[in-house]
Write a protein that binds this ligand. Structure first.
Ligand code: NAP
Length: 272
């Protein structure tokens, strides 16, 4: 069975709309260079902003920009009351230090929940702004009444924005978590052990039918594009057909992630 994110997106949008009527909400999106997959994400964000009645401004910058200049732009946005959240669209050109830039954003405007301050809150299990895609994965499971507590969860991918924070959030939900990456051995066995398998690899059709079983829930975080420009996940279609539940791509985690970004903006605006 395929599961989708549309209803969850709409529910979150309703909450955001209500807050947008009462409070000032503004999102600044800094986009460096012209990576096509980031463009799809930014388009989705602008559409949601329009539907929810929230101001979203994209600041497009060339990939030749000096880091000092970018730090100055971030500092200006930190002091600009028009914006209650600042987002840095990744990937960055290799010449820029991603960690330095993310941590230059005021943590009170860290709408992506990836500033060291918010990641620290996540580790210490304190209330804070959580990273959007891991939030989307948990929302997807909960909305479809898929239990997490006590389940064996295998996450393939350990990035700072997806795999690693998701592992912490799943642990906080009382799952038993295994995280796999490029140095993992026996990936297939690690995958097959899971009740819930999360693919956050960034490689089209990476999860094949022999890596899943009939009782498994498979959450596909991947966003890849085929030669015709069509969006594809990390999970092969055959694998989707061999498990109990699989999340759709497109129409799954991606659209919830956009909504969770605005849910974080809502939280930040209520605190401001
Ligand atoms: P990333 O930073 O490139 O991380 C990819 C992870 O996958 C790394 O931890 C890497 O391991 C692991 N990996 C790569 N090849 C592997 C292999 N052959 N075997 C095992 N592990 C492997 O990517 P990301 O930012 O986490 O994003 C992952 C995917 O999710 C991408 O397709 C991205 O577009 C998508 N994404 C979707 C959303 C959404 O809203 N749906 C949001 C964010 C990202 P190492 O650490 O060892 O290198």
């Amino acid at each position: 069975m395929l599961i989708y994110g549309k209803d969850i997106r709409e529910q979150i949008k309703e909450r955001v709309c209500q807050t947008a009527v009462e409070l000032k909400m503004g999102l600044a999106i800094i986009r460096v260079g012209d990576d096509p997959s980031s463009l799809a994400y930014v388009r989705g964000i602008c559409k949601f902003a329009e539907e929810a009645g929230v101001k979203a401004e994209i600041i497009n910058l060339p990939d030749t920009i000096a880091e000092t200049e970018l730090l100055r732009i971030i500092a200006d946005l930190n002091h600009n009351p028009e914006f209650t959240g600042i987002m840095l669209q990744t990937p960055f050109p290799a010449s820029l230090n991603a960690s330095r830039l993310v941590n230059a954003v005021d943590f009170d405007k860290d709408v992506e929940g990836i500033h060291n301050y918010n990641l620290g809150k996540l580790v210490s299990k304190e209330e804070g702004v959580r990273p959007c895609t891991p939030k989307a994965v948990i929302s997807m499971l909960k909305a479809h009444n898929i239990p997490i507590e006590g389940q064996k969860v295998t996450i393939i991918g350990r990035s700072m924005t997806v795999g690693s924070p998701l592992a912490l959030m799943m642990t906080a939900e009382n799952a038993t978590v295994t995280v796999c990456h490029t140095r993992s051995r026996n990936l297939k066995e690690e995958a097959l052990r899971a009740d819930i398998l999360v693919a956050a690899v960034g490689k089209r059709e990476f999860i094949t039918a022999d890596m899943v079983h009939k009782d498994m829930v498979v959450i596909d975080v991947g966003i890849n594009f085929d030669e015709n420009g069509k969006m594809r996940g990390d999970v092969h279609e055959e694998a989707r057909n061999c498990c109990r539940i699989a999340s759709a791509v497109p129409g799954g985690i991606g659209i919830i992630t956009v909504a969770e970004l605005f849910d974080n903006l809502r939280i930040l605006s209520q605190r401001a």
